[in-house]
Design a protein around this ligand. Structure first.
Ligand code: ASP
Length: 304
């Protein structure tokens, strides 16, 4: 399963834009399936899908990330392996084309779970990762969005509305979760965060248990939405706990998780979930969430 952000998505009213998003999601899903057909693990599929979404400028991650208060891109990402709860995360990184790949390196090549800012970037160089120039990340839409947010002195989510409380919002983080034929689960989430955010602000996406979680015994989860609310409700681990402690399936746990998110913190956003049996589920409190899924032998499905 993958997602490309939640919100009212009023910017995809016209057919052409909607098709552009949905085709991108379907292409990414097909790629994920190919990775697994060639013997790749759930972890490899989740990383490959997240990387493709980071490369697509219409999504708020990697190229096309939103800008912070200084007009800079600062990105967060995480990846988790449900086999052994191994996890890697990076926060407030710049000039990294694929933050999810750096998160994977933190997981596999360091003794840590999270590296941030300059330390994370030094680690990237140490691992031989090329840094991308600033202009790679900036798109005209993001510059416009940033100017609008500055004009209204607002910290905005990924949409060109200046009204923060409006439903006219889109939280454009990306996420990918997978279950392979061996029953292994994995999850990845990557984001540019929120428009005009404070320098150094870190959202839920790289926080294990908040924006991302995977455990073979329960489920894989990736979240998108207003990060602060997702951190306070530890939403991804909460959904896993519903499965672990109350023996729910993905659909029931997603419903319970969304109810908890709404009741406790009035959370705005959504989640995608695959449980240990391979059942797929999604839930959101916003009007829409761009997401899709593909099953072994089946067609890819993408929707808002
Ligand atoms: N959750 C992300 C954050 O708060 C934003 C998003 O989902 O678009 O950084």
């Amino acid at each position: 399963m993958v997602h490309g952000g939640a919100g009212a998505l009023d910017n995809v009213k016209d057919e052409k834009t909607a098709v552009r998003y949905l085709e991108s999601i379907r292409g990414v899903l097909e790629h994920g399936r190919q990775v697994m057909e060639l013997g790749g693990s759930a972890l490899e599929a989740a990383e490959a899908c997240a990387s493709l979404l980071e490369d697509d400028p219409v999504f708020n991650a990697g190229c096309g990330s939103v800008l912070n208060e200084n007009g800079q891109v600062e990105m967060d990402a995480a990846i988790m392996d449900g086999r052994d709860l191994a996890a890697g995360a990076v926060a407030a990184v710049q000039n990294i084309a694929n933050p999810v790949q750096l998160a994977r390196l933190v997981m596999t090549e360091s003794e840590h779970v999270m590296l941030i800012a300059e330390g994370a970037m030094r680690f990237a160089e140490h691992c031989g990762m090329d840094l991308a120039p600033d202009h790679y990340f900036f798109t005209p839409d993001r510059i416009e969005q940033y100017k609008e947010a500055r004009l209204h002195h607002r910290i905005m989510l990924d949409h060109d509305s200046s009204d923060e409380d409006s439903e006219d919002q889109k939280y454009g983080t990306i996420g990918a979760i997978a279950r392979d034929p061996q029953g292994n689960l994995a999850a990845a989430t990557s984001t540019g965060g929120i428009v005009n955010k404070r320098m150094g602000r870190v959202g839920d996406s790289p926080i294990i248990g908040a924006g991302v979680y995977a455990d073979n015994e329960t489920c894989a989860v990736s979240a998108t939405g207003y990060g602060e609310e997702f951190m306070r409700s530890v939403i991804s681990k909460t959904i896993a706990d519903f499965i672990y402690m109350q023996e729910m399936d993905a659909v029931e746990a997603t419903r319970a998780g969304i109810e908890y998110l709404t009741r406790k913190v009035r959370g705005r956003g959504g989640v995608i979930v695959i449980d240990r049996e391979g059942r797929c589920s999604s839930g959101f409190t916003t009007r829409k969430m761009i997401h899709g899924w593909i099953e072994h032998g089946g067609e890819s499905v993408a929707r808002f």
